[in-house]
Design a protein around this ligand. Sequence first.
Ligand SMILES: [Fe+2]
Length: 238
Amino acid sequence: MGIGNLARPIFVIADMHLGHRFLKLREGKFTKPEGDEWENKILRSIHKIPRNVIYVDLGDISVEKKWLDKYSEVLQRRPDLTRILVIGNHDEKSHAYYYGMGFDFVCETFSLERTFFSHRPTASKFWPEGCLYNVHGHLHDSEEDYGFFGNPPKEEGHVLVATEILGPKALHLSEVLSKSGKQIKGLPKYKVIGGWVLCNRKKEVKSEEFDTYDECSKYRKEWDLQSLVIINLRDLNV
Ligand SMILES: [Fe+2]
């Protein structure tokens, strides 16, 4: 499968480090517990990603075959996604191996929608022309590592993706940007344009706008899932 329609929403996650015990000893906003609970939450989150979006894994999946196999099972159940892997420093298998896991595109870096995606933070002088942001992983919850250990100094356009900060799930790129405090002109907004309200057994079409996809999702509880239509206004250029 190719990259396809570039206007599709992008969901992103980084540094799963599935089964990596050292990371379970770190304490970010979200503490990784002992056992497999953290890993299972991450993998379950992939089932919940909306259909047909672009899914970007920014690397450092796992060095354990057990977890690579479990992740592969999950990926192969989502052929509707365009599944992109940006290789991290702990992803030591061949590109062919990751394609075999179920990824549609495996790369060191790529750019899309004025955003440069990489595992490690990258200095802006290396971003392709026109890119405003570098969405990257690698630093986990340690923003103080910008400028050290071979990482470039932090710049305005750097956006860190980390499960320790954002939680154990893939997030829509617009939410990652807004949660990292970026003031973006035309920040994507979402609009629910249809749906039957199930509360009080009334059937009613609603039309309402929300700033984040999660806010729309709250309505899934009270609305009939089959009839709920959520659009990304940015994708429609409105
Ligand atoms: Fe890394």
